[in-house]
Design a protein. Structure first.
Length: 99
């Protein structure tokens, strides 16, 4: 079994409020969950109205599938949310149980 996790840090330069940020971030989370069947949540920068951090996770029996899914989910956010600037992306895939 392999676990892939990703942390995506976003900047919303045009945003003016926490409510506006949450609408964009929650939309991205919901759409990524539905399309790629990954676990997703806002994990950092929760009270900062121009920054957001989304955490993603998936379990797969293949390393390449896990990594490709994470990369596709990040690319989906980039392509479908032009108002969002991606500041940082970290993707890690590791076997479980760890030997």
């Amino acid at each position: 079994m392999n676990i892939a996790v990703s942390q995506v840090t976003l900047r919303l330069p045009e945003n003016q409020s926490l409510k506006g940020k949450r609408q964009v971030v929650q939309s991205a989370i919901t759409r990524v969950q539905n399309r790629f069947h990954v676990a997703a949540a806002e994990v950092d920068n929760i009270d900062r109205w121009q920054l957001g951090t989304i955490g993603l996770a998936i379990v797969s029996n293949r390393v390449d599938h896990a990594r490709e899914t994470m990369e596709a989910a990040v690319n989906f956010i980039v392509q479908n949310y032009p108002e969002v600037e991606v500041l940082d992306v970290a993707i890690e895939v590791f076997p479980f149980p760890v030997d």
